[in-house]
Structure formats: C-alpha cells, structure tokens
Design a protein around this ligand. Structure first.
Ligand code: AMP
Ligand code: GLY
Length: 434
C-alpha cells in the first residue's frame, strides 16, 4: 500500500520507554503523520501524542480503540504485548500493525522456540539443550563441568540469564529458574555453551520476506564503569559498531535473512523489527538471542541516523511491500548515555524534578529521549523510573558524538542523577582491530 501525497495516518503507539519516545519522534517527522496516540507513554511523549488509558497487553482493548478511533497504524513497542498476540487482534480487525504475530514473537517469547528455528535454518548459535526437569538439567550441567549459560525459556525482563563461570554458579542458576525466580518463564530451562567475544546487535525490518538491515549498535549492560556492577536494562549505546571486521556485517545480515526465510517456511511469517543479538566469536558472528521488537536503548541511536519515512516503512512491513530503497543512511555516528536514578537497578527514588532538558535538546545534533519520566501537575518533568533519560548525540565522528552526548548530560539536573562515564571507550580502543 503506498500512501497518497497528502494522506494522513492516525497512529496508536504502545509502550512507555526511551525506545517509544524515539519511535514517536520519528513517526511524527513523517509528512503522513496524522493524530498520534500513546498507551501509556511517558512525560516526554505527551507533547506529540495524546495519552490513551488502555491495557497495552489486551488485544481486545487495543483493537477496539483502534477501530473506534479510525487508527490507520498500530505500532507495538515492547515485547509483552507482542507475545500476548496483540498484533493478531489488530490484524483480525483489518487494521495495519507494526509487529509480529504472537506465534512469530515466540522468537523472543521462548528461547527454546528460537533455538529450534535457528537449528532448522542452520545459523550459527551456541550449542544448547533444553530441560523441563530440574534433576536432569542439573545432571547435564555437572556433566558439562565448567562454564555455561543458564537461561529461563520465557520472558524475564532481560533478567533470566546466568552466565556461569563455574558448575556451582550454574547449578544455583538452574535451582533459581526451576524454583520460581522468573515465574513461569523458568519452567523450561535452556543450557548453552558459553561464547566469547564482543557483542553486537543488528536491528532489521522485515515484511516476512524481504529483510532491510538497519544498523548495528552496542549496548552497555552493567550498571558501573568498567562493565562492573549488576546488569541493567542498558546504560548507554552507540551506532554503528566501529569494531566490526570485514565480512561480519554481511554474515549477520545473512543469518537474519535465513531466519526470516525459515519462519515463512514454517508458516509463522515474521513482520516487524527483528533484533539479532550476536557474539563476534573468532569463528564469526553467532546468535545469542533474537528479540521481536526494536531494542531499548539501541533504537535511540539507530533511528536518529536513519533516513526514512517510518510510517511508510511500517505499513510496508505489514502489507508485504518492504523495499530496501525506502531506507538510507548518512555516514554519521550516534552515542547515547542513559541518565539513571541514584541506586538503579536496586533501589531508587521517584518524583524528583528534572531541569535543563531544553538546554541539552537545543544543542546541535542532540536528542533527549524520555524513559522513566512523568509530568507533574504544574507541567514540570519528574523522574518516574530507574532509567530516566537517554541523551543521544549524532555527529560526523564517533569522538564528537561521544563528547557532545556527555556535554549534554552536564546540562541536565535532578537529585541522584547517575550515569556511566565510559560509554564508547571500548569502541575507541578497539579500532586497532580494523
Ligand atoms: P540473552 O538475553 O540471551 O541475550 O542474554 C543476555 C546476555 O547474556 C547477553 O547479552 C550476553 O552478554 C550473555 N549471554 C547470553 N548467551 C550467552 C552465551 N551463550 N555465551 C556467553 N554469554 C551469553
Ligand atoms: N538492549 C537490549 C534489549 O532491548 O533487549
């Protein structure tokens, strides 16, 4: 379906993180943007879109709202509504939706499902075995007798993975999984071989057949400088990844295309954003995981660099007309630093007043995306989560983008503001690999 020149599309976007703010900004830039709605959104999103009170995981509620409000495109940000099959309800109502069906979203919803697809597609990934019985799983871990990775099968908010250096650590992880640490997500447990190397994500769009790779990005998962401290939802990110060796990007693209082809052959065609998480091993890129949606915070560095009409791209993913010519890129770099609430990810305050966002946003090439924020009664912006803001800068060199992102961070103030100071350092050091 191609849109007429002046045609407007009213859009409902589901989600409330920095990823959704970045998606909303990009959707709003399209000349086809009509009225924009968000459910539930955050403090930065209500300038561009109207808030809707509905449960984003209820397919009935989402489809009903879309039908009664003349919505021409539903965009699903997070994984939970996708795995709950929200896209199926919207499609059944005859309304275009960006995001895979519940069946195809199992690529993220079940690690075992994803592993089976990867095996059929013959793409490189860590060797694995899955278990529904704790004793059998523990026996296998003892038999391996060394480092391995223990993964809860289902959605666990990014927390269901234990990278175990020893058998004892792995056994503790197995025990936790089978004894409710991740709820039902841990009823099946996948044990994987441990892979080594730098990590790299590749986001791609697909309409079920064609794959349009977007860009590589690298997240920083640990809370503290030097990759220390507990795992988080992501503390900073950059795009593209400068340490890739010749051929690695092509290999990642081919892997994702094979998976898209396999899912179509399996009768679960995949449309939406496919997020491949890779380990760049000495034997080439191997898949760590797939996500059924845009990455957070990867989206906050990929979308500002992307030259495309996002509404046309998303509609094309839904109706099978995606074309690589719809997307192009400048030769630029983006770095994003996540500002968190002091104490995140363990214990932190909410409700502190944030100032300086406008000053940071006014800098050339800087975009401040809201994540955990809300608006106070007087219109002030308040902290409302662990990850508060994603401060992104785009520039023609990696160093400039990085310096500008940190300069922008210095303009923003709230009680307990915390962030990592070493986002991108590894990328700069790693360039000698090129
Ligand atoms: P996942 O949610 O499966 O991507 O796992 C979360 C994180 O655990 C990844 O980003 C990696 O840092 C690590 N990880 C997952 N699988 C492996 C593996 N097979 N070998 C080494 N590290 C892994
Ligand atoms: N940045 C990791 C994720 O979106 O799952």
């Amino acid at each position: 379906m191609s849109l007429k020149k002046d045609e407007k599309v009213d859009i409902l976007l589901l989600g409330s993180g920095g990823r959704e703010h970045a998606l909303l900004v990009k959707l709003a830039e399209s000349p086809h943007a009509g009225k924009l709605w968000v459910a539930p959104g955050n403090g930065g999103m209500y300038q561009l879109a109207q808030k809707v009170d509905l449960d984003p995981c209820s397919g009935e509620q989402v489809a009903e709202f879309a039908k009664s409000h003349g919505i021409g495109l539903v965009v699903v940000g997070p994984e939970a509504p996708l795995v709950a099959g929200v896209a199926d309800y919207v499609r059944a109502a005859g309304i275009p939706v960006f995001g895979p069906s519940g069946a195809a979203a199992q690529m993220e919803g079940s690690k075992e499902f994803a592993k089976k697809v990867m095996t059929r597609a013959a793409v490189p990934t860590a060797a694995y075995k899955s278990f529904t019985d704790e004793a059998a799983c523990a026996d296998y871990v003892r038999e391996l007798g060394g480092p391995c990775v223990v993964k809860a099968d289902g959605l666990a908010g990014g927390k269901g993975v234990v990278v175990a250096q020893s058998t004892e650590e792995a056994l503790a992880g197995v025990h936790d999984c089978f004894n409710g640490a991740f709820g039902e997500a841990g009823n099946t447990v996948v044990i994987e071989e441990m892979l080594e190397g730098p990590e790299c994500s590749l986001l791609a769009l697909s309409d079920g057949k064609t794959l349009v790779p977007l860009a590589t990005a690298q997240d920083h998962k640990r809370a503290l400088d030097g990759d220390r401290g507990p795992n988080t939802g992501g503390m900073g990110v950059y795009s593209p990844v400068p340490i890739l060796l010749d051929g690695e990007l092509d290999q990642m693209i081919q892997i994702e295309q094979k998976v898209i082809d396999q899912l179509r052959e399996d009768g679960t065609p995949y449309s939406g954003c496919l997020y491949g998480g890779f380990m760049l091993t000495k034997d080439g890129p191997k898949v760590l995981e797939f996500n059924a949606r845009f990455g957070d915070p990867e989206t906050q560095v990929v979308l500002p660099r992307m030259k495309a009409d996002l509404i046309e791209c998303f509609l094309a993913c839904d109706d099978g007309t995606l074309d690589p010519a719809m997307v192009s890129w400048d030769d630029d770099w983006a770095v994003s630093v996540v500002l968190t609430a002091g104490g995140y990810p363990v214990k932190y305050e909410k409700g502190d007043v944030i100032t300086g966002i406008e000053d940071a946003d006014a800098m050339d090439g800087v975009f401040v995306y809201h994540a955990g924020t809300k608006l106070g009664d007087d219109g002030s912006v308040l902290t409302n989560g662990g990850r508060v803001l994603d401060v992104t800068a785009v520039a023609t060199t990696f160093e400039d983008a990085r310096n500008k992102a940190y300069e922008a961070c210095d303009k923003i103030f709230y009680k307990g503001k915390t962030y990592r100071h070493d986002i991108g350092i590894k990328a700069i050091k790693g360039r000698e690999r090129l």
